[in-house]
Structures are given as structure tokens and as C-alpha cells.
Design a protein. Structure first.
Length: 222
């Protein structure tokens, strides 16, 4: 969608082609994401929150929601300008297209609020001060929350809403602070050499005794 906007002043045909391809991949990605999220939600309902070591991955559902909603708004804005001239069906086609994309983006934003609530309660279920040892799964918190803040800010621009604008700004700063904290922890692990063994995979009983403790193990030179 961003590429289509850059092409628009130079070639309307190439811009429309980029939008068609972008919309097609958006529909494919969202359909697959909804299937996976349905299975994920069913697993949570049947078996409860994820295990201690993998509970943070619950936030991963925010990535297709945030990115998909942002793409909907972006594509809808340019399709509203380009498609009516192409199919020649009247001036209301553009408004209908943008309204449909906006409605879809808002529905995805509401789904994001749901998954944030599920993720927070899953973390609280294991205890806020009983989180898994620091590992690379903590990086999985950055992209989902960043995508959701991006969707919120784009909705604020579409609606000219100060509430959404403030909410998106606060969420973006929280994500930035979280990124800084995870970056510092990772940099410290790189310095002492233990970053390469950080893992978020659950340890089975058969191999539990063979694996080193990720909190204590370091690389031995030579």
C-alpha cells in the first residue's frame, strides 16, 4: 500500500496494480491468521493459558490484527481514489470502498483489544513477578504491540479522534520503552556470551537434565 502511494504521482496503472496485489495478499494473510487465531483461542478455552515458558507468545495474535487493519486503511484510501475511475461506476464507489475498509480495520482493532485482554490475564495467571526467565521470546512482544499502536494511530487520523490519538501515542511509547528494556537485556547477554543459548521452548523431562540453566550458563572460551 505504501508503494502504491509512492507510484501514484507517476503511474496510476502501476499504482492500481500494486493495490490489487496488496489487497489480494492482505485477504490471504488475514484469512489464514483468522484460522490460526480460532485454533489458538479454542486451545486457551479448553486447556487454559499457555505454559509458564511460552505465555508471552499470546501477544503474537496482535501482529496480523494490527498490520492487517493498517493495510486495510491504507489500501482503502488509495482504492477510493483509483478504482472509481477504472470501473466507471459513479462517485459513490470510492466512499463505499473506504467505508468498508475502515469498518474492517475498526473490527480488527476491537479484536486486538480482546487479545490484549486475554494476553494480560494469561500473564497475570502465572503471576506478574513469576514471568519466565529472560529469553528471546521477549522480542515477540515488540512487533505485535507496535503493529497495534500503528493501527490505532492510523484510525485516529481517519476519524480525527483525539481519544484514539492519545491512546495510540501512549501505546507506542509503551512499546518503545519495552523495546529499550528488551534491547538492554539482550545486549548484556551478548556481552557475557549467554545470548546464544536463550530459548523459549519448553523443556521435556527426558532432556531437562542435559540442558543448561539459561539464567546461569555462559560460553566458555577455548
Amino acid at each position: 500500500g505504501i508503494f502504491a502511494g509512492a507510484l501514484l504521482p507517476h503511474s496510476r496503472a502501476l499504482s492500481l496494480l500494486s493495490l490489487v496485489l496488496s489487497t489480494a495478499t492482505l485477504c490471504i494473510g488475514l484469512s489464514l491468521a483468522m484460522m490460526f487465531m480460532t485454533v489458538f483461542l479454542m486451545r486457551i478455552y479448553l486447556h487454559g493459558p499457555l505454559e509458564h515458558r511460552t505465555v508471552l507468545t499470546t501477544f503474537a495474535a496482535l501482529t496480523p490484527i494490527g498490520q492487517g487493519g493498517y493495510s486495510m486503511l491504507l489500501n482503502g484510501k488509495y482504492l477510493a481514489d483509483l478504482l472509481p475511475d477504472t470501473i466507471n461506476k459513479g462517485p459513490l464507489v470510492g466512499d463505499v470502498l473506504f467505508s468498508s475498509c475502515f469498518s474492517g480495520a475498526y473490527i480488527l482493532w476491537c479484536m486486538g483489544i480482546l487479545w490484549i485482554t486475554i494476553s494480560c490475564f494469561s500473564v497475570i495467571r502465572h503471576g506478574l513477578f513469576n514471568l519466565p526467565p529472560f529469553n528471546m521470546s521477549y522480542w515477540g512482544l515488540i512487533v505485535p504491540n507496535g503493529a497495534f499502536s500503528l493501527l490505532t494511530i492510523e484510525l485516529a487520523q481517519a476519524m480525527d479522534s483525539s481519544i484514539f490519538r492519545v491512546f495510540g501515542m501512549v501505546w507506542a511509547f509503551m512499546t518503545l520503552a519495552l523495546w529499550g528494556a528488551v534491547f538492554v537485556r539482550t545486549a548484556l547477554r551478548v556481552v557475557d556470551g549467554s545470548a546464544v543459548i536463550l530459548t523459549a521452548l519448553p523443556v521435556t523431562k527426558d532432556c531437562a537434565e542435559d540442558l543448561p540453566d539459561p539464567e546461569k550458563a555462559t560460553l566458555v572460551n577455548g
